[in-house]
Write a protein that binds this ligand. Structure first.
Ligand SMILES: [Zn+2]
Length: 219
């Protein structure tokens, strides 16, 4: 839901905004250039569903949304390093922050997805550090603090442990000390949730375009 530049013209919304009723919606330009405001992506779709069926969600909780930063946030080109000549930077940043606040107030939480959608298992440390600083400078002020990270490409920096019942991991560690830091026990045979873009870049259909200066792919 970062609405990257490469998504333009491919049938995706162009941004997320707050409509006249104070609800988070998508702005969707169709193939003929006509723009509509409505529920055209997962956030407003789930918001609408939970409004009709509040029992679907415990205490209104919605889910984590992982954000990169190299093309800005939620369709707003808020990256000062990528768009240094933007004349709408201040307004875009303000609007993106209002959207993020509205989403958080409505049960969504945010996670880092790195600034440049980098493969953290392969990225040299200087670039890794630069990426983290960019995320802190350009994304955190908009979405707020978070203690969650969803690895781009599902490329954990540590190995992925064998799935199984608590106490049965190969390392002898219990699931409560898994590499993701999860403290939730999982029932026998269950699988860890697969994050968006968990496929390797070479086979991914949405993370497949090497890009100068940013991530090794996009998602
Ligand atoms: Zn991704």
């Amino acid at each position: 839901m970062s609405y990257y530049e490469y998504m333009d013209g491919d049938g995706f919304p162009s941004k997320v905004l707050i409509d006249d009723h104070g609800q988070v919606k998508s702005e969707y330009p169709d193939a003929h250039g006509k723009t509509s405001i409505g529920a055209y992506d997962v956030v407003p779709l789930i918001d609408e569903y939970v409004r009709k069926h509040p029992d679907f969600s415990s205490r209104g909780s919605k889910g984590p949304v992982a954000m990169t930063g190299y093309n800005g946030v939620r369709g707003y080109r808020t990256s000062k390093s990528e768009y240094p000549k933007s004349k709408t930077m201040a307004k875009d940043t303000e609007t993106a922050t209002q959207v993020a606040d509205a989403m958080k107030a409505n049960g969504w939480v945010f996670a880092s997805h790195s600034w440049g959608h980098i493969d953290m298992g392969k990225t040299p440390m200087p670039r890794f550090a630069r990426d983290m600083k960019l995320w802190d400078a350009e994304v955190r002020p908009i979405i707020g603090d978070t203690d969650q990270l969803i690895y781009p490409f599902g490329a954990d920096i540590a190995r992925v442990e064998r799935y199984g019942a608590p106490g049965t991991t190969r390392s002898g560690r219990t699931d409560s000390t898994s590499s993701t830091g999860s403290t939730e026990p999982r029932p026998p045979g269950s699988r860890r949730a697969i994050p968006t873009c968990a496929r390797p870049a070479s086979t991914s259909t949405d993370c497949n375009s090497p890009r100068k200066g940013a991530g090794t792919g996009r998602c």
